[in-house]
Write a protein that binds this ligand. Structure first.
Ligand code: SIN
Length: 532
């Protein structure tokens, strides 16, 4: 049986940074269900929000974060993560990560800071519009140089093994994990007493998403089944500007384009954001996404547009090479024509409830990055705060993991072997793909940007039936990545619906026509779900 001091699930910024920080204290496995750079991090365009300029201050960044979070941020989490940001950025720079700079008069250089919705200052460090790719690559290079780290690619976590599940009467804690090795089709048991969930979010639970295919909510689903508390899953952030094109379904048009003066317009070139918010196209994301949704519904249009044609082609090519080239390949010259866009699911603001060391309510289980809910985002995440959170929490989690409070538990538990189901029948695969589509469409139609009780109830009933069907499948047949992802997707969809039904008000990203106002008296609190 494989055994590691630290098992990390996920190979984005959160998982890789934690792995690098704990590797000198023990053996580390980084388990990743596809290739290591198949992560949400690698797709991040905007950058990392961090106070680095003399014109900015921690207080302003804190205030912007609290405002976006619509009263639900944890002020201590906000202050800690924002004030520890510069140190976390320095560790990236030490690893060789580049951020764009600009040359001032006299030849001095300073960071070229971007601006995004909800930020009162320019404070987003970026590398062109491929910041995530740059960070991911440097972290992977460092991992490759680190002897104590084993990367298990094409391996997917199935379920946590806990003392409770094994029937022990002592305190419930993690003692290992079942992992599907895709190459062999065998489910292996890995022993560990410190498991770090860094699996990212669940964008693929919706029909339209800016996320890569790997974002199927695996971490939240596994933690839920193991009994950890899950918080605020109703707050799913829809990015206002996903490219609308049949050949590129998940391509993001970064908010940084609006930071450079990009205007939101309809098919006739008419701006509409001034009718919705005083900050216009740079209003917080929930407001912009709802405004676009409302304009599309009002006019029957299939999309709206973002117009950056006031900027010269050479500027756009240099600042946004990825967007410029992707659009050009699709015959959209962004220096001459507006870019068609629609809102799409982008970020999970809730997740596995953690403290500021990434510790969850289940002993031995830690969570960092999008999969976690630290309290930073509240009811709506401020743009580019997520990479910041992942970096700071990875450092804090690594330190926490070495503290006596979490230090090694004498784990000599015999992990039972996985009992595989029966052989898989090819004709049943159609059920899996059908259920995948059904979940994603029903979430889009009934649990999207604007919700109602009736739609949520409908989604809940349908998901319960699907859950039963998927469970039968899960126990009856040999498991595959598709079956596991479908099971997780359905679990996470249900958690989103249950949380949305529990919040009888509108706040931040959760907007329902049945309770259109904020209710400070009864709902100024997190939504916490716990299985047992
Ligand atoms: C963007 O570039 O618009 C995305 C940034 C983020 O979601 O934080």
């Amino acid at each position: 049986m494989k055994a590691f001091d630290f098992v990390i699930l996920g190979s984005g910024v959160a998982g890789l940074t934690t792995g690098l920080k704990v590797a000198e204290h023990g053996t580390v496995a980084i388990v990743t269900k596809r290739k290591p750079n198949d992560s949400n991090t690698a797709w991040a365009q905007g950058g990392v929000a961090c106070v680095t300029s003399a014109e900015d201050s921690f207080e302003l960044h804190i205030q912007d974060t609290l405002t976006a979070g619509a009263g639900l941020c944890d002020p201590e989490a906000v202050r800690t993560i924002i004030t520890e940001g510069p140190k976390a950025i320095q560790s990236l720079v030490d690893l060789g990560v580049h951020f764009d700079e600009r040359v001032l008069e006299g030849g001095h250089r300073e960071l070229d800071l971007g601006r995004e919705g909800g930020h009162s200052k320019r404070r987003v460090l970026h590398y062109h519009d491929t910041t995530g790719r740059e960070i991911e690559q440097r972290l992977l290079d460092a991992v490759a140089r680190t002897a104590n780290i084993t990367v298990l690619e094409d391996h997917m976590g199935v379920d946590l093994i806990t003392t409770g599940k094994l029937g022990f009467t002592t305190e419930d804690r993690v003692v290992g994990i079942y992992v599907l090795n895709e190459a062999t089709g065998i489910v292996e048991s890995i022993r560990t007493d410190r498991l770090i969930m860094a699996t990212g979010g669940c964008g693929k639970v919706y029909l339209y998403s800016t996320n890569p295919d790997v974002a199927t909510g695996d971490g939240v689903a596994m933690a839920w089944r193991a009994g950890a508390s899950i918080a605020n899953m109703e707050f799913i952030q829809f990015h206002p500007t996903c490219l609308f094109h049949p050949e590129e379904k998940s391509f993001l048009i970064s908010e940084a384009i609006r930071g450079e003066g990009g205007k939101l317009v309809d098919a006739f070139g008419r701006e509409f954001m001034a009718r919705y918010h005083k900050l216009g196209a740079l209003a917080p994301r929930d407001i912009v996404a709802r405004a676009i949704d409302a304009e599309m519904k009002r006019t029957g249009a299939k999309c709206m547009y973002i117009d950056i044609t006031h900027k010269p082609a050479h500027f756009l090519q240099e600042r946004f090479p990825n967007i410029f080239e992707t659009c050009a390949r699709l015959n959209i010259d962004i220096s001459r024509q507006p870019i068609p866009i629609v809102p799409a699911a982008h970020y999970q603001c809730g997740g596995i409830k953690t403290d500021l060391n990434g510790a969850t309510t289940l002993r031995g289980l830690f969570a960092i990055g999008e999969v976690a809910c630290t309290g930073l985002h509240g009811a709506n995440r401020l743009a580019s705060n997520s990479l910041l959170e992942a970096l700071v929490l990875a450092g804090r989690c690594a330190e926490g993991l070495l503290k006596p409070k979490y230090s090694k538990y004498h784990n000599d538990v015999d992990l039972p072997e996985w009992r595989p189901g029966q052989a898989q029948h090819v004709d049943e695969m159609v059920v899996i793909f059908h259920n995948w589509d059904e979940i994603r469409r029903l979430m889009w139609d009934y649990v999207g940007i604007v919700r109602t009780n009736k739609r949520l109830q409908r989604a809940s009933t349908r998901l319960r039936n699907l859950q039963r069907e998927i469970q039968e499948f899960y126990w009856g047949f040999k498991i595959t990545t598709e079956v596991l992802e479908l099971r997780n997707l359905c679990t996470v969809a249900s958690l989103i619906v249950d949380s949305a039904l529990a919040r009888k008000e509108s706040r931040g990203l959760h907007f329902t026509l049945d309770y259109p106002d904020m209710n400070e008296l009864h709902f100024h609190r997190d939504t916490i779900l716990k299985r047992y």
